[in-house]
Ligand binder design. Structure first.
Ligand code: NAI
Ligand code: MG
Length: 407
């Protein structure tokens, strides 16, 4: 077994806490690098991504000496070497989601960041080195998909944790079948955001905006399918359009910017392609009239109405600031519509009535259901999906299980 697995639980804690504290000390630097590298707005890097990444290390640091209590009457041991492959939408945060529980459970790590966003992972490697963690416990390897594939197929790897596209998730599952490698996959989504007629209207409009435009819509759990109850449809659409038109799009480093840059030219092409598909499918488009910068990759916040369930823009993950909108009359109808998706990662429900929220959240096939909020994350809370959104959970005690052997 590796040297890390032999370090005592309380010593392990100290290292992981030290990493968290060093990240906090360098939070400003990390936020700026993240924004420069990914195109996400500085307000989000500074107030959401980086603090949450630190919190993951703080949270999992506390688990090292409690594993025996968490899994009573079992002998808990680490898996060994875990390979971790992450995407470009939340570079440092995804690295933290992956590395912190793996370390707390006593594993060593080889992590591959996405090819367009490797910088904060490399900065994290520096921080981890400065924390004094023994050499070789955390390893960061940069590269394209072929490097990821090498990791997946390497005979010394005991487990693969992957976040990214459903296409690559399926390739990984095929490659490891027949081996004794373990795997967890956090894949795409097309999540429903449901506004009931008794919802607080202005809050719901903010929730719609945050649900789909947060991080330019590069969010696996983005609320990309909006369902509005018929009686409040007109008012919601009117307010939503007015709000969209006020969003500031541009320089990600400017503190006033609401919508930053699209991560890559490739992704912008994908999004624009879907916008064209939406138009050709006959849906009605509305886009923000804010003038986009003429340099860099930008996409105007976009909504589609008159969308049908069979439309590609309703079924497929766009991973950009593009929202499809449908109406519904009854609760049963919206449950059917919302569950009509190959994905099942998240959902949002907006209502003043607890019983309605409870009813809906128990019937929606989604790993996470938010009530009167959206895109809220916390290290104590498990996150993950059903169906083609993958399997395995990250966060909380659930997030430790995929990194341990139980006897
Ligand atoms: P991707 O799945 O190709 O990339 C994610 C990570 O997997 C990157 O680190 C990449 O280098 C690695 N990778 C690529 N091919 C691999 C292979 N054969 N074996 C092992 N690792 C491999 O995602 P991509 O191409 O950047 O985006 C395509 C679409 O995927 C997006 O438009 C979006 O719909 C979806 N996506 C979903 C994400 C999520 O969080 N659910 C994150 C990123 C993309
Ligand atoms: Mg790809």
């Amino acid at each position: 077994m590796n040297i890390w697995s032999k370090v005592s639980p309380s010593e392990k804690s100290k290292y992981i806490y030290r990493i968290a504290r060093l990240m906090q000390e360098r939070a400003r630097e990390l936020a700026i690098i993240e924004t420069l590298d990914s195109g996400k707005v500085i307000r989000e890097s500074r107030d959401i991504d980086i603090p949450l990444a630190c919190n993951h290390f703080f949270y999992y640091a506390g688990w090292t000496d409690k594993l025996q209590y968490a899994f009573p009457n079992k002998k808990v041991s680490p898996l060994g070497v875990v390979g971790q492959i992450i995407p470009w939408n939340f570079p440092l945060l995804m690295a933290a989601w992956k590395i912190a529980p793996a370390l707390a459970a006593g594993n060593t790590v080889v992590l591959k960041p996405a090819e367009t966003t490797s910088l904060t992972a490399l900065k994290l490697a520096e921080i981890i080195r400065d924390s004094g963690l023994p050499d070789g416990v955390v390893n960061i390897v940069t590269g394209y998909g072929d490097t990821g594939a090498e990791l997946v197929n390497h005979y010394d790897i005991n487990k693969i944790a992957f976040t990214g596209s459903t296409t690559v998730g399926k390739i990984i599952q095929k490659s490891i079948s027949g081996s004794d490698k373990k795997v967890t996959l956090e894949l795409g989504g097309k999540s429903a955001n449901i506004i009931l007629e008794d919802a607080p209207i202005d809050q719901a409009v903010e929730g719609i905006i945050n649900g789909i435009f947060f991080n330019q819509g590069h969010v696996c759990c983005a609320g990309s399918r909006l369902f509005v109850q018929e009686s409040i449809y007109d008012i919601i659409i009117k307010k939503l359009k007015r709000r969209i038109d006020k969003l500031i799009i541009g320089d990600p480093l400017d503190k006033n910017t609401d919508i930053g840059a699209i991560n890559s030219k490739e992704q912008l092409n994908t999004i624009n392609n879907y916008i064209n598909i939406g138009k050709s499918e006959g849906s009605k488009i509305f886009q923000s009239s804010y003038k986009l910068p003429n340099k860099g990759y930008y996409c105007a916040p976009t909504i589609f109405t008159d969308v049908s369930q069979s439309n590609r823009i309703f079924q497929e993950e766009i991973f950009g600031p593009v929202l499809t909108i449908q109406t519904f009359r009854t609760i049963d109808e919206v449950i059917k519509k919302a569950n009509n998706s190959p994905y099942g990662l998240a959902a949002g429900v907006w209502s003043d009535k607890g019983s309605r929220v409870f009813n809906l959240s128990s019937k929606l096939r989604a790993g996470v259901v938010w009530a009167n909020t959206y895109n809220k994350f916390d290290p104590t809370s498990p996150f993950g999906g059903y169906k083609e959104s993958g399997f395995g959970r990250e966060g909380g005690l659930h997030g430790l299980s995929p990194y341990i052997n139980l006897k």
